[in-house]
Design a protein around this ligand. Structure first.
Ligand SMILES: Cc1ncc(COP(=O)(O)O)c(C=O)c1O
Length: 367
């Protein structure tokens, strides 16, 4: 018997111990995963320790306490009913898709973007329609999106700022999109990197939520909160959307450890700010050094950036790997030889630059 939906089993394990053994390097810098290298707040770790003793009992069925703290943290008149919690930002998107997509529906996405959106749609027997990012600035093309909307369009998924380009849709474009779509199209704003944005022109999605628009803002604890290993996310939307999305969740959806960790993380915004500062300082250092080396890059609104080279980068990825520096090869339209590089601790950023510099020297020597 064949399953109705088939996807390859996921299994690209990154085994740090195996990398240490293979390379002989003890300090591995994970610059390919868009994480925060300082990790969680010590208060989160303490809360997890406390909660661990209670895992013999089912957690509370509801997540009211966590959502109340979310409402306090975001302010602006948002209430606990504007939030739903999820086991990752990824799942926050999946829950919306499960609640809103029907077989045959279309969801507009703007490639190159985060790779999971297609699978999320296919699981609901819907499809994605690609309205590519404008080149060379890699920003969504609002006119093209509006033109692509038809009777099957049910959702528009915008990743802002976008992974992997690090680029951002400005607020005027987002506002224009929200003003020009009909009531039966839902905008999913995947804003998981929002904490790293410094451009004042970043769209105010919450303004649209409070105005009663059909928009869901996707958030995660994986990035600026430094908690990727815990798999926690949430969404923000008007209660008419957040409540049915939350209703999809199974009973005892959140475990005790996640709920305690989420509350502690939200209450320690200083730690989040420290994670953001480390990412922004690291990004500035990488920009300055790439300028010095005359290597191009895409200025980014996230904790990672695209670095552009003018020749094949396999040997660079390999030589960085041998030094314990993990980066992601990320070919983009018009930029065939590029890497996506996440910022990390200062020593890692420096090791990355040193690795690039010695590779460039060796390449120039062999040219
Ligand atoms: C754009 C974007 N959205 C969502 C996620 C999902 O994050 P998580 O499932 O770790 O919350 C990621 C993770 O890299 C991402 O880059």
């Amino acid at each position: 018997m064949e399953p109705i939906k088939t996807f390859p089993r996921l299994g690209t394990r990154v085994d740090m111990e195996a990398i240490r053994a293979e390379t002989g390097v003890s300090e591995i810098y994970r610059m390919g995963y868009n994480e925060s290298p300082m990790g969680p707040s010590p208060k989160v770790v303490a809360a997890i320790r406390m909660a661990a003793a209670g895992i013999g009992y089912y957690p509370p069925m509801g997540d009211e306490r966590l959502r109340e703290v979310m409402a306090q943290t975001y302010g602006r008149g948002l209430t606990a009913d504007h939030f739903y919690t999820s086991l990752s930002g990824y799942e926050a998107i999946e829950l919306v898709a499960r609640a809103y997509l029907r077989p045959g529906d279309e969801m507009i996405i703007c490639n190159p973007t985060f790779g999971i959106y297609n699978k999320v749609a296919l699981l609901e027997q819907a499809t994605t329609v690609d309205v590519p990012l404008r080149e060379p600035d890699f920003v969504p093309d609002v006119d093209a999106i509006l033109k692509a909307i038809n009777s099957k369009t049910r959702a528009i998924l915008l990743c802002n700022p976008n992974n992997p380009t690090g680029t951002m849709m400005p607020s005027a474009d987002f506002d224009r999109l929200m003003e020009n779509i009909s009531d039966d199209v839902l905008v999913i704003a995947d804003d998981v990197y929002n904490h790293f944005v410094t451009d004042p022109d970043y769209p105010d999605v919450i303004k649209h939520i409070l105005a009663g628009k059909n928009v869901v803002r996707i958030q995660t604890f994986s990035k600026a909160y430094g908690m990727a290993g815990l798999r926690m996310g949430f969404g923000i939307a008007k209660p008419e959307i957040a409540n049915p999305v939350a209703g999809i969740q199974r009973g005892f959806h959140n475990n005790r450890i996640n709920m305690a960790a989420g509350v502690a993380a939200l209450l320690d915004q200083d730690h989040l700010k420290a994670n953001v500062k480390m990412a922004l300082d690291g990004k500035q250092y990488i920009y300055d050094q790439l300028d010095r080396l005359d290597v191009a890059y895409i200025p980014s609104q996230t904790n990672f950036l695209i670095v552009k080279f003018n020749r094949e980068v396999d040997s660079l990825v390999q030589s960085l790997y041998q030094k314990g520096i993990l980066v992601k090869k990320e070919p983009l339209p018009g930029i065939p030889h590029s890497l996506r590089v996440s910022t990390t601790v200062p020593a890692g950023n420096e090791a990355f630059i040193a690795g690039v510099e010695s590779w460039l020297r060796a390449e120039q020597g062999s040219a």
